[in-house]
Design a protein around this ligand. Structure first.
Ligand code: AMX
Length: 454
């Protein structure tokens, strides 16, 4: 079928059966030992959440339904059939893969794009008005969380549930409809927020029903060649490249298994049967934290500051000295290291490949040149320094500086784009949570007394 929902309808009974059998056959099997260190240490190594759409391997990096980023680049449909164009796959294809575990056809993806286009054309009037009335200097992520939470007035799931019109087996269908509406609204929401922080609320571009989801994000940021405002004075080649970057960025940031704050928050709030708007709004609040979604802007500040000190991004000895000084003053090198990964983040490699394919665009940008140079020098220094478990670049070391290159200089806005992409994984899981009938989350806590008496 061309309809994602119909494909899910076929898959769900099998998975329901599987989870029943697992509960019966393996319900009492232990999956690990929780230590006191984990209880007071951010639940590290505590394997206790169910998440199907992606998994994180320390050496291979993120896998989406078992597929690496490279696999996805080879397998997922692109906008154009011309592979020489080096276009990235459409994020809609990634969404389909996360939801179903299947590689979609081009026809299925175009159908889904169209569905998101038709649905996302207009923001609910109530949300639009509410956001227009917020002060311009409200943090972009607060604006997004408010916009999303306010959309729950349109939640079909909440409406049906309140009226007692749906049984447990049907929950997922209404959650699914809400999820499609929510994801479809993200280009409008992010465009509105950007217009408010960059142009006093003047619209920067148009929503095009017949174009794909990430194109519409770019269009509403005023970044496509067809935009009347062309805020950044981009050439038509630069606009096309930016659209491609957006496809790549929003395609690879979709999910990072359930251990991260935004995914876990969405899953947790949804387990109370809060609708998808409220659930993802909570996830967005978590993504706004400096230890989660803000690393990309830290890197931008860091690169600009280092460039002002080293005079040339090609000056290797000065770069090395700068990094050593940073470490000696007990600061971290932003964009390096990872809690789980133990090699270069494959998402970083995908973004670096984007740069390498466009030397004429990037060779004169000293921040991008420094980003690339640093990825050769910093791992050597960090290894010699000997503290961090992973001395290699993570995705944030490249992502923000590329948005900055194309003219998005409002650093706090980067996380809004991150949130557009990240909606896809946690909201996929939310649909499956309801399809599989997962219960409300209710772990038990320990206090000083109970910990001492162990
Ligand atoms: N520069 C310098 N020191 C680093 C370092 C870095 N990039 N990364 C880790 N270290 C240090 C730690 O501070 C720690 O020192 P301590 O023993 O004195 O406390 C030691 O190395 C061991 O840390 P770790 O086990 O390797 O890392 P972690 O799991 O505790 O933390 C992370 C992971 C990402 C927070 C850390 O590597 C870091 O702060 N990196 C820089 C910030 C960054 O890039 N964040 C984005 C992460 C990607 C993401 O999730 N978005």
């Amino acid at each position: 079928s061309l309809e994602l929902k119909t494909v899910l309808k076929e898959l769900i009974p099998r998975r329901r059966q599987e989870i029943l059998e697992l509960r019966e056959r393996c319900g009492n099997i232990k999956v690990g030992n929780i230590t006191v260190g984990s209880v007071i240490g951010g639940m590290r190594d505590n394997k206790s959440m169910f998440w199907q759409s992606s998994s994180l391997d320390p050496y291979e990096g993120i896998k989406f339904q078992g597929k690496t980023i490279q696999d996805c680049q080879n397998l997922l449909p692109r906008d154009s059939k011309d592979f020489k164009k080096k276009e990235s796959f459409l994020p809609e294809g990634m969404f389909w893969l996360l939801m179903t575990g299947q590689i979609p056809t081009r026809e299925q993806i175009f159908h889904l794009s169209k569905e998101l286009g038709v649905t996302g054309r207009k923001l609910p009037g109530y949300t639009d008005k509410l956001m227009s009335n917020l002060p311009f200097d409200v943090h972009p992520m607060t604006q997004l969380a408010i916009g999303l939470a306010s959309m729950n007035t349109t939640s079909e799931f909440a409406r049906k549930y309140e009226k007692g019109q749906i049984g447990k087996d049907e929950y997922w269908e209404y959650v699914f409809d809400d999820v499609i509406n929510l994801i479809a609204a993200l280009p409008q929401l992010s465009g509105k927020i950007y217009s408010r922080i960059a142009a006093n609320g003047e619209p920067l571009g148009e929503f095009k029903e017949d174009r794909d989801w990430s194109y519409n994000i770019c269009s509403l940021l005023g970044m496509t060649s067809k935009c009347s405002c062309n805020l950044q004075n981009l050439t038509s080649k630069q606009s096309d490249d930016f659209v491609n970057l957006m496809k790549l960025y929003t395609g690879i940031h979709v999910d990072h298994e359930d251990g991260n704050v935004s995914a876990h928050a969405t899953h947790l709030v949804g387990s109370a049967l809060s609708d998808p708007y409220l659930s993802y709004s909570s996830g967005v609040m978590g993504l706004a934290g400096p230890l989660h979604g803000l690393a990309a802007q830290e890197v931008v500040r860091f690169l600009i500051e280092m460039n002002s000190y080293i005079s040339s991004p090609h000056n290797e000895s000065k770069i090395e000295k700068y990094v050593w000084n940073l470490l000696r003053s007990k600061r971290v090198v932003p964009g390096y290291g990872h809690a789980v990964l133990r090699k270069t983040d494959p998402r970083f490699i995908a973004l670096l490949d984007f740069v390498k394919a466009r030397p004429e665009e990037f060779s004169q940008d000293k921040n991008v040149v420094l980003m690339e140079k640093l990825s050769e020098i910093a791992p050597k220094v960090l290894k010699e320094h000997g503290k961090c478990k992973n001395p290699y670049p993570n995705v944030d070391s490249a992502s923000g500086i590329l948005f900055y290159h194309y003219g998005i200089k409002e650093l706090l806005f980067f996380t809004v784009i991150f949130a557009c992409s990240r909606s896809m994984g946690p909201l996929t899981q939310l649909v499956w949570d309801r399809a599989l009938g997962l219960p409300i989350e209710r772990p038990t806590s320990l206090n000083f007394n109970s910990l001492h008496s162990l």
